[in-house]
Every structure is written in C-alpha cells, then in structure tokens.
Ligand binder design. Structure first.
Ligand code: ATP
Ligand code: MG
Length: 378
C-alpha cells in the first residue's frame, strides 16, 4: 500500500491534497492552497505514487503526440536550471534543449535525484559543447545522470556501449551489399554526428586504444563551435559534418589511465591524446546518505524513515570498509536499491543482503558485512 499525504490543518488523507483546499473541487478544508504552503512550506501536497503516475501519464501523452517528429526539424527552447534540476549556476541560469519530445529522448524517472556537482559539469559541457567525461565507481549513476539530464530538456540520446573487441566498422559503419548494390551503411557515430543529440560514449575506457583514437577528430571543437568532422575512407572519402547541436558525454569507471585496484576487468589504458580531448571531467562518487535516503523514500514509500536510515547507514559503513581495504568490492547505489527492494518484500535485512549481494562474495567479505548488519540493525 502506497502512503497518502496528510493535511496538517484537518488531518484529511489523500494522494493529492490540492482539490481539498478552499477553491478546490472538493473544498473540505478551511485554508487555500497558498495559505497552506505558506504555513507549511515543507509539507508535500501530493504522494510519491501520485507524482509517479502523473509523470507516467505526461510521458505517455508526450510519446503519443510526438512519435512522428523529424529530428532535423526540432525547434530549440531554453530550460531553467533552477526549475528542472534544482541547481544554481550563477551567470548561467538556462540551458538550450528542444520543444518537442523525440522518441530518442529518454523517459523521465520521477524518483531521480540530481547530484549537484556532476549535473553542473555535464550541463556546462552541453552549453559550451565541450566533450565531457564522467568517471566513477560502478553503479554510482553515471549513465542515468546523462539520460535524466537529457530527459528533462528533451535532448535525444544515442548510446554506444564500448567493448575491447569492437572494430572501427562497429562505430563508423561499413559497406553492405543489398539487392546486388553496394552501399555504405552508417554506424552509430556518423549517424549521431549528423543529428542534434547527445552521444553517450558508455564505458569508453573499455575500447581498444587504437580504435579509440578514431574518435579524436570528432572530439576537437572547431572554430565555429561545432565538434569535428570525419572522413569515411571506406565510403570513398565521404565527409560527415557534426550537427551544431551534437554533443558528446563519456562515462567510465577509470579515467582512461588504468585501474589501480584491478576491479574493472576489461578497461584499458588509453592513449593520452584521446584522454586529453575530454575537456571537462568530473568524478561521480556514491551519493551522500541523505540523497540516497531521499531516493529510497521515493522508490519505496512503505519503508519507515528509520528503515531508510538503517539501509543507507549500512551502505555507508560497507563503503568505509571498502575504502579501508577490509573488503574487496564497492557497494553501489544499484546494490542499495536492489537490497531495499528485497527487504521490502522479505522483511529481513540480513536475508535480503544475502540474496542480493553477499552470497557471491569471498567468505571474509560476507562475514564483515554480516557483522555490520548485526551491529547496525540489532
Ligand atoms: N541520482 C539518482 N536517483 C535515483 N536513482 C538513481 C540515481 N543515480 C542512479 N540511480 C539508479 O542507480 C542504478 C545505477 O545507475 P547507473 O547504471 O547509471 O550507474 P553507472 O554509474 O552508470 O554504473 P556502471 O559503472 O556499472 O555502468 C540505476 O538503477 C539507476 O536508476
Ligand atoms: Mg553505466
């Protein structure tokens, strides 16, 4: 059962209190919505379930209304940073996005909490058209952050997941034979370059460094503010010109300079010339406990405040053990959400932790986490 919100004036319970105030459809309270908000600025007017349903409905309407949009004809508009991301960036108070929602725009996650610093740096990268690198431990929210920024400003997104066995044709495309004719079929890079969209170079540090260098000309911002062009030699020297609204944001667990802990198998030391072309870099670490608590509150409203506190406190302590070298694996936000979800269903923190995490860990790591839970949860 999802929790309803309670009116602080008369105790009325509802998922949406607005119609119940003076002037509303139901009008069974003694104050107007403005008076209520003035008196209780921190009291919510709607429940998390109501917010979620409202966003889902808006998203559905948007998708239905805009399925036919031509990406090349989309009109731009300015979005307030304060209203859409809850951040203040001094001189820069808006960001350019698009009026319409193209099908390549990611869906809004209403439970999403924007981390302050990384959000600012990515927005700066989009504004200045500087290739931006977001790096940090697994499950800290790197990919989701870029998608959620794009979702709030209707920016289409294309994502390339990099692997060590990728060849250049996986990225730029190759010659294909169709009905006896040979044609050059674009790969995801030239496809993205010609469109107003954000290319997420996901796990870019996994790519073979020689193949990675292929990105170099695209990562160079030109005198007219666009990103660079490429020449497709396999397509007879065809030139691909970057769209003025084409942007690049990369994510990685390392910074492209190696993995000193040996936890990110498959990542590779990249060519420095490639790394240096990401002109903005930001580390996205695990969120602060109060942010994680807010996420749990929105995702699992049946959890009490105490339970949310215990879950996030345990995650924090496990990370402390990891930092101190006493256990070998980090504990991500992804792990925490997974644990909380199982805990809600099983009602047993220890069991939920076993099934979601510790059963695959080395004995000593599992024991340390189990003792932590015993101490924190009693
Ligand atoms: N700020 C946030 N608010 C709410 N949920 C979040 C937030 N950040 C991440 N999540 C959730 O945490 C999980 C992990 O996020 P994500 O996959 O983006 O991490 P990542 O850093 O890209 O991980 P990896 O390095 O393994 O690719 C996802 O389920 C995502 O929805
Ligand atoms: Mg990711």
């Amino acid at each position: 059962m999802e929790h309803r919100v309670t009116c602080k004036v008369c105790g009325h319970l509802s998922h949406n209190l607005k119609p119940h105030f003076v002037g509303g459809r139901e009008e069974c309270c003694t104050v107007t919505v403005e008076e209520y908000q003035h008196r209780y600025p921190d009291a919510p007017l709607t429940s998390p379930m109501f917010d979620r349903k409202l966003t889902e409905l808006a998203q559905q309407q948007k998708t239905e209304a805009t399925a036919e949009i031509d990406i090349h004809k989309m009109l731009t508009t300015e979005y307030s940073l304060k209203e859409n991301f809850g951040i203040d960036m001094g001189m820069m108070d808006t960001i350019t996005g698009f009026k319409e929602c193209h099908p390549l725009v990611p869906e809004i996650d209403p439970e999403y909490q924007f981390p302050d610093e990384a959000t600012k740096i990515i927005l700066l990268g989009i504004r200045l058209n500087k290739p931006t690198m977001v790096h940090g431990p697994t499950g800290s929210g790197k990919t989701t952050l870029i998608e959620q920024i794009a979702a709030r400003i209707n920016y289409p997104v294309m994502r390339i997941n990099h692997q060590s066995d990728m060849y250049s044709y996986d990225i730029v495309g190759q010659v294909q034979i169709r009905e006896g004719e040979t044609t050059f079929e674009y790969g995801p890079l030239p496809f993205s370059m010609e469109r107003p969209l954000i290319l997420i170079m996901d796990e870019w540090d996994a790519i073979n460094p020689e193949i990675g260098m292929m990105y170099q000309p695209v990562l160079e911002r030109r005198h007219d503010g666009r990103l660079g062009n490429i020449i497709l030699t396999a397509a007879g020297g065809q030139k691909v010109v970057s769209n003025p609204m084409f942007r690049i944001v990369a994510t990685s667990n390392t910074c492209g300079l190696g993995d000193d802990k040996g936890h990110y198998q498959g990542t590779q030391i990249q060519n420095l010339a490639f790394v240096s072309r990401f002109q903005l870099r930001v580390k996205l670490d695990y969120l602060k406990p109060e942010h994680e608590k807010a996420i749990l509150h929105k995702k699992f409203p049946t959890l009490s405040g105490d339970e949310q506190g215990l879950l996030t406190e345990t995650a924090r302590k496990i990370r402390e053990q990891y930092e101190a070298g006493r256990i070998d694996v980090p504990y991500s936000l992804r792990d925490l959400i997974n644990w909380a979800e199982l805990y809600v269903l099983l009602g047993d923190a220890k069991k939920a932790m076993t099934y979601s995490c510790t059963s695959i860990l080395p004995f000593q790591d599992a024991k340390t986490i189990s003792e932590l839970i015993q101490r924190i949860w009693g």
